[in-house]
Each structure stands twice: as C-alpha cells, then as structure tokens.
Design a protein around this ligand. Structure first.
Ligand code: OAD
Length: 231
C-alpha cells in the first residue's frame, strides 16, 4: 500500500466556520498573539488566555467537519493515510480519520502546569482558574504556544519521510517547524498544495498547486487518487 501524508492548516476548517489565523478577518486581527498564545501571556494574564481558548473551544462544540475533512477520511480505504495537522480542532477525528498527529496541541484537552505528562480530555468548553490536575496545579490549555518547543515534530518528520504522496492543505506555511516538513519529503513523491491563495512555490519537485478552497479541491483530488489506486 502506498502512503499518503497530509499536512493541514487552518484553511481546511475555514468552511466549517472556524476562523483562520492570518489574513483579513483572521483570528489574530482581534488579538495580539503574544497576549494570548505565549508562556509570557500565561504568566501575565492567565484569565485572558483561558478566556481566549474557552471561546475557541466553545465554538468548536458548535461546528462540524466539512466535505474536505470527510473526503480525507475516505483515503484510508486504499492508502496508508497519515494526517499531520497544525489545527487544534478535532474535525479530522470527527470526520473519521484514524492516524492524526496534532503538532500544535488540542483544544479539547488541558494539561498540568507542573507535569506535562498529565493531559485531560475536556468534556465541556470552559477551563477556569482553579481547575487543577491531580497533583494540585492549575490546568492550562494543551496548546503549543509561541516560544515553546513542538514535541511532536520528530515524529512528524519520520512520517513525512515515508510519503509516496504528500498533500498540503490550507496553511500559510509561515510557522516553523511545521512549514519545514515539506523539505523532508522525498523528491520522487508526488506533492499537492491546495490553497486558494497559494503563492508561487519554487524548488519543490513534483508539485501541483491547486488554487481552490479545500471544500472543492480536496474531494476532487481524493476522488482522482482513489481512482488511480495503487498508482
Ligand atoms: P493561517 O491563518 O496562517 O493560514 C491559513 C491558510 O488557509 C491561508 O494560506 C489561506 O489562504 C488558506 N485558506 C483560507 N480559506 C481556505 C479554504 N476555504 N480552503 C483552503 N485554504 C484556505 O493558518 P495556519 O497556516 O494553519 O498555531 O497557521 C499556522 C499556525 O499559526 C497555527 O497552527 C497556529 C498559528 O499560530 C498555534 O496557535 C500554535
């Protein structure tokens, strides 16, 4: 079986009603990143940080996977399929995909501030000051903030190296180390980039750029790949 590796960003969830981060109307337009998504912000104003992620989490309970998430789940019928997502939503999971690596954490999880191995699934959206782990420390969002290491990156690199086909969907490719993953894909692998605003890309072999919304571009590509089957 051939291996398909997919790297997704906020753009794949845009048509579900989740705001992307950058560009006009992006999430960061309403916030200064360093005020809500950094260890310094957490130290300075944990209530504001919790409120920011509570709003994101509340919204996540109200949205659903779109046609792009559902289409990717179908790839598992014919391919070893691995999704590496920068998204903190759970829309790939809810669409039925199985192998999902969250590079930047997960909105529906919280973790201990003294023992990072203590991670908890949140059943409802609010996480409040006073919510504690079993060792008695405040819980924080299970999110990789700016200035923090990305613990899953080594696993992601190993996955990307196995790709026979590599698909990038809806990411501005400006946040590292995620944006560097494409450099680990073999030259022989077929590569696709689906983003309505994709810029010219140079220096990447076998790359097809599809300037379409994920909701349109992904189901079409998935259909083509399933028809091609074993290639
Ligand atoms: P960005 O907001 O930087 O980029 C979103 C991309 O999605 C842009 O390239 C858009 O052109 C594209 N896009 C918009 N609508 C689309 C649609 N309907 N279909 C397909 N693509 C569409 O989001 P990311 O690249 O995901 O990290 O941002 C990377 C990281 O920056 C995030 O994971 C987040 C943020 O800081 C953390 O919070 C740790």
């Amino acid at each position: 079986m051939k291996t398909i590796v997919i790297l997704t960003g906020a753009g794949i969830s845009a048509e579900s009603g989740v705001k992307t981060f950058r560009g006009s109307n992006g999430l960061w337009n309403n916030y200064r990143i360093e005020e809500v998504a950094s260890p310094i912000a957490w130290e300075r104003d944990p209530e504001l940080v919790l409120e920011f992620y509570n709003q994101r989490r509340k919204q996540l309970f109200e949205v659903s996977p779109n046609t792009a998430h559902h289409a990717l789940a179908k790839l598992e019928k014919k391919f070893d399929t691995e999704i590496i997502t920068q998204n903190v939503d759970d829309l790939h999971e809810r669409a039925g995909s199985k192998n999902i690596l969250h590079l930047h954490g997960e909105l529906k999880k919280a973790r201990s501030t003294i023992d990072p191995s203590l991670v908890y699934e949140l059943k409802d959206w609010p996480l409040n000051i006073g919510d504690q782990c079993e060792k008695g420390s405040q819980l924080r969002p299970h999110i990789v903030w700016f200035g923090e290491a990305v613990p899953a990156i080594m696993d992601a690199i190993q996955i990307v190296k196995k790709a026979d086909i590599f698909i990038v969907i809806g990411t501005s490719m400006v946040v590292y180390p995620a944006a560097g993953l494409i450099n680990y894909v073999s030259n022989e692998a077929k590569k696709y980039l689906i983003d309505p605003n994709a810029e010219e890309v140079s220096g990447i072999k076998n790359l097809t750029v599809i300037r379409k919304n994920a909701g349109e571009g992904v189901p079409k590509l998935v259909e083509e790949l399933l028809e091609m089957g074993e290639l």
